[in-house]
Design a protein around this ligand. Structure first.
Ligand code: SF4
Length: 341
């Protein structure tokens, strides 16, 4: 199997180029061009201008990117979801979201997910494997072929806390060669607190997103069975430690499930828990997944939930659901592709 070019360290890439008969100085330009979304198959950009024989030699052993966009589902809101095929035949999803200065991408960190959140399609079949650092880089490279990506959120399939090594390896490359520093990166986790402490220890200063969803330990344990017994307030305390250690703010993610965690009382408890903390609440109304036993919250319930949080002075926003028309809920496109394979 051919070696993905972005799996090479910068120094390795330089010596590979030299061995193929090209200038080793060209390696940095090539890597930058790939990470910027250049496609050597179509792109006449000078970043790819290699002597013909050197290029042929390189292409005998290497692939410029090992994953490809197999299906692209654009939504009326301008977002587009991609089914990305990996070199070993596995599939993941990634989403590119538009925006003049905030164009972003939602990336996967694993094939599937072991966390088994009961409201998520990505966890339905468990985890198959972790993505490598170069597969994380290549998601950015491939999505940038379709438009700009200036921010990243690791909220696609997979629990980033279970693949921190690959994230820690990819982020410095994106910072140094991909014009995308950690302050424009958000990494989510369902916990436990030790995972958040490990994220702080990496020292990369990305924004943390804690997937909380309930302050009731038992209810949260039902929604995320792999996190049974984890005390939600301990997670918030770990997020506070993250902020103290990195100086970076954090986000608390709360998926509103109709009739489950969307009452005014839930909102009041959430506001109380956030009082005095420097975290921002990010609400999202659940996106229906066929076969899963939840309902989207009513608009009235969402409005009332927000109203209580505003009254209580919480820092809160309601995330719009992007790409809903394009089967946007996490994992649905991959699930549909496996079902039809
Ligand atoms: S919501 Fe996130 S952590 Fe939970 S199963 Fe889905 S991908 Fe995994």
């Amino acid at each position: 199997m051919k070696i993905p070019f972005l799996s090479l360290a910068p120094a390795e890439a330089a010596s590979v180029l030299a061995a193929a008969g090209a200038s080793p100085r060209h390696a940095a330009r090539l890597r930058r061009r790939l990470l910027a979304g250049g496609d050597p198959a179509r792109d006449p950009h000078p970043g790819f201008a290699l002597p013909r024989r050197a290029r042929e030699r390189l292409e005998e052993r290497f692939v410029w990117t090992s994953l490809r966009s197999e299906r692209r589902l654009p939504a009326p809101d301008g977002s587009e979801k991609h089914l990305l095929r990996l070199a070993d035949g596995e599939a993941i999803e990634a989403v590119r979201l538009p925006g003049a200065f905030t164009a972003s991408a939602c990336l996967s960190t694993q094939v599937g997910c072991a966390m088994a959140c009961r409201f998520c399609a990505s966890g339905l079949d468990g985890v198959r494997r972790n993505l490598t650092a170069h597969e994380i880089l290549e998601q950015v490279a491939v999505l940038r072929r379709f438009g700009p990506v200036r921010r990243l959120v690791f909220m696609g399939a997979g629990e980033p806390g279970r693949n921190l090594g690959a994230i820690a390896a990819a982020l410095p490359v994106l910072r140094d060669e991909g014009d995308l520093g950690p302050r424009y990166v958000l990494v989510s986790t369902v916990g436990p607190p030790a995972t958040i402490d490990r994220m702080a220890a990496i020292g990369l200063k990305f924004t943390l997103a804690l997937s909380l969803h309930s302050l009731d330990r038992d209810l949260r344990g039902e929604l995320i069975p792999t996190q049974r017994g984890v005390e939600p307030l301990d997670l918030l305390a770990a997020a506070d430690r993250y902020r103290a250690a990195t100086g970076r703010s954090y986000q608390v993610e709360y998926v509103l499930l109709g009739g489950v965690n969307d009452s005014r009382a839930d909102a009041r408890e959430l506001a109380r828990a956030m009082r005095g903390r420097r975290g921002h609440l990010s609400l999202i109304a659940w996106n229906p997944v066929p076969g899963l036993p939840f309902a989207r919250p009513s608009q009235a319930a969402v409005r009332a939930f927000l109203e209580v949080l505003h009254e209580e002075g919480a820092s809160v926003s309601l995330r719009r659901t992007v790409g809903e028309a394009a089967t946007a809920a996490c994992g649905q496109l991959r699930a549909a592709a496996s079902a039809s394979a």
